[in-house]
Write a protein that binds this ligand. Sequence first.
Ligand code: AMP
Length: 186
Amino acid sequence: MRLVFLGPPGSGKGTQSKRLVEHLHILHLSTGDMLRAVVTQDTEIGRAAAQSMATGWLVPDALVVKLVKDRFREPDVQNGFLIDGFPRTVAQAAAFEEYLAETQRPLSGVLELRVPLEELVSRLAGRGRKDDTPEIVRERQGIYRQKTQPLVDFYRQRKLLFPIDGLGTSDEVFERIIETVTGLKP
Ligand code: AMP
């Protein structure tokens, strides 16, 4: 199974991704986690990533695409994956689609976790991560709507989009995800 997990900051995407990969026994990739590891290094990509992440802005497409492609060269990706936090722009989605086609690994589906904006803001206020100050939260929501929301259409046109209602308890949402994934080709 090869899955992309879309959803705005605060949608529960991280938590649900972790549960789903344990359930499906597939690899979990998160560009947020990969980038947080990269910023600890004093490299060009580390410095560029640190600057973007501290402000809630997106790291430049070329850097993130390279990071993902390098990771996909590792053999453990062969058995399927769930990637969360990527793609985040149409340019990333197009580059990823091309790469997956070249390597003959088409996506099984794209899960889109849907949560209304008011609910997101109140959830994020209680999270306490370093890049969760009110200003950065607002910035990241704006960027999501502007840059990432267009991916919903991108994947809908490819008949890969599976929207999921993200309201309710974690168990209720997980149940819906499992139902959706059960209907997908392996
Ligand atoms: P996340 O953990 O997914 O919320 O990502 C944290 C931060 O890492 C984001 O606010 C961005 O600055 C950066 N980031 C993560 N994934 C990407 C991506 N696919 N493209 C650009 N920036 C990203």
